[in-house]
Ligand binder design. Structure first.
Ligand code: NAD
Ligand code: APR
Length: 237
């Protein structure tokens, strides 16, 4: 294997599962996935927001309140340790909208699906840090309009900073996917993009995913067990 300098990590809902945050498609005995309790077309599309904004805002207010009670787990802590000690390039791309990576101390982090603690004004396009409920239509801090929506990427919308992600993959020596089912694109395609560039690919997941066949190596187990062990291996500890 070429000398390991530049790493891209992708995380999904599975990295936060052991913190008590529901995943989307169940899996791994985490109870029912979010999409078994709520329909995507009711709460996670622009059409849903146009049709019934109260339903969408209540869904995200509920998720924001649930997430704020949770704590980072050993997998988040291990990735923060890697971030602090890794001398080469590192980019942690997360599909998650929770802030557990940040709270664990990660800095070289990119939220491709947005952040549940940000609100986006549909009038002036400003994004604001937001922890309070949106259901009461609070005024936008920038323009004052009662036009805030969750700053979360919905089905059918473009994820954030895709060019930055592909640039990091082009420079990577290793791509590591943690806790994602490989169900949603473009994140689900990163393993093949990396492989086509000759980048080694490693999957750490509780069970085989829709993308497992494309990885150089798949390790099955809980993120809180696999991620600290992998980080210590990479840091040579
Ligand atoms: P997609 O069509 O790529 O998603 C396909 C997968 O998403 C399906 O295999 C299924 O697992 C799930 N899915 C799609 N529609 C569903 C439904 N009605 N019920 C249950 N599961 C469903 O998604 P897309 O529309 O191309 O998404 C575009 C972008 O939006 C993607 O980049 C995706 O990452 C992003 N996104 C973000 C969120 C979020 O909650 N932050 C949700 C979905 C998609
Ligand atoms: N440790 C490791 N992996 C786990 C754990 C755990 N403790 N618990 C669950 N998993 C795995 C599951 O086996 C599953 O493969 O995490 C994955 C979670 O998959 P999803 O629920 O589909 O979540 P994710 O892959 O992040 O979904 C992608 O879909 O709804 C959209 O935008 C939303 O970002 C989300 C995207």
């Amino acid at each position: 294997m070429t000398e390991l300098r530049n790493i891209v990590v992708l995380t999904g809902a599975g990295v936060s599962a052991e913190s008590g945050i529901d995943t989307f498609r169940g899996g791994g005995g985490q109870g029912m996935g979010i999409w078994e309790k709520h329909r995507v077309e009711d709460v996670a599309t622009p059409e849903a927001f146009a049709r019934d904004p109260d339903l969408v805002l209540r869904f995200y207010d509920m998720r924001r309140a649930a997430i704020q009670e949770k704590q980072p787990n050993h997998a988040h802590a291990a990735l923060a340790k890697l971030d602090a000690q890794w001398p080469g390039e590192l980019l942690i791309v997360t599909q998650n909208v929770d802030d557990l990576h940040e709270r664990a101390g990660a800095r070289r982090l990119l939220h491709m699906h947005g952040e549940h603690l940000n609100a986006w004004c549909t009038t002036c396009d400003a994004r604001s840090r937001w922890t309070a409920p949106l259901i009461h239509r609070p005024p936008c801090p920038a323009c004052g309009d009662a036009a805030l929506r969750p700053d979360v990427v919905w089905f059918g919308e473009m994820p954030y900073e895709m060019e930055r992600i592909y640039a990091a993959l082009r420079q990577a020596d290793l791509f590591v996917s943690i806790g994602t089912s490989g169900a949603v694109y473009p994140a689900a395609g990163f393993v093949r993009d990396a492989g086509a560039l000759g980048v080694s690919t490693l999957e750490l997941n509780l069970e085989r995913s829709q993308g497992s066949q494309w990885f150089t190596e798949t390790r099955l187990g809980a993120a809180t067990a696999l991620v600290p062990a992998w980080v210590d291996q990479v840091l040579g500890l």
